[in-house]
Design a protein around this ligand. Sequence first.
Ligand code: PLP
Length: 376
Amino acid sequence: MIYLDNAATTRVRPEAAQAALEVMTRDFGNPSTRYALGTAAAERLAADRAVVAQALGCRAEEVVFTSCGTEGDNWAIRATLELGKRKGKHIVTTAIEHSAVLEPLRDLAAQGYEVTYLRPDRNGHISPAQVEGALRPDTVLVSMMLVNNELGTLLPVREAAEAVRRSGCPALVHTDAVQGFLKVPFTPEGLGVDLLTLSGHKIGAPKGIGALYIRRGLKLRPLLFGGGQEGGLRPGTEPTAQIAALAAACRVWMDHREEYTERMKVVKDHFLSSLQAALPRAVVVSPGDAPHICAVSLPGYPSEMLVRELSDRGICVSAGSACRRGKPSYVFAATGRPKTELLGTLRVSFSPESTPEEADALVSALEEIAQSRVSL
Ligand code: PLP
């Protein structure tokens, strides 16, 4: 199998699986208990939190573990609006956010919030001036992702946070950094954001673990009420095995960061140039600013058919976000490109283990499909 859908999820790294196994079978204590097994679990939890904080470039007490990126996004949005409820009801976001941001916003719009959606240009970029122009005295939240999950484009989060500060509006700034974490360099403080979401399964940790960065001093309403874990903000017995796996995956990435970035970039560039050489009618919808994601199109060949035909040849790529389950991609559509291009768009996303040979196999398979099938 050739797996080139690493923006959807990643294979769990052996180091992460090993850490989870250790915690599940040996260091399995409940961190809230007072005997040695429990205190050892609490110590390990503290050490693992410190590792995740180091990978993010923030303080350990600013990291709250969640069950996934979707939970972090939903919580950040709702808690921010709760804080700003007397200041305004206007939200600024982009038309290309993940559904984990767009769907809670849609629900809030139905409850009377006004949402401004910034639209990207043809290449999937949003300009700082667009953010600046959208801010109002009653803007209470700006939520902008760091790296788009279908186009690989970088969004101007730092500039958005600066614009908020300059404008004097009361908005808090949230970024969904699920696709950017450890793939592009940033720290929450450097970006100037108040809240930042990440998810473990994009970096070789298992599904079911994520984290929300909450800037020190920001007092959020808890997501849940219960036993006081996670500083009382997100109680529930800590998923220590998943947390250990997340920390282990972070450690591997931190140890190899430059090498991993370079490897993914080299394979992606190789893929894009081989594709254009082999299939001159292929269009690069987005080469991706991030090292691991790009979007390409074979106009006239519907992406669902391409995904199926590639799957029959043992190659996994997506027609867009995995969460869309076959629905046309609103992200690709938001770029305003011609319909024939949009219908044939594929997202290809790499891991540090991806090889040029795998990229070549994808190009050959696309060539074969284009030769055997009549375009629309
Ligand atoms: N945000 C982005 C940009 C994503 O790509 C994803 C997952 O695909 C999510 C949020 C949701 O993360 P999770 O699957 O951990 O809920």
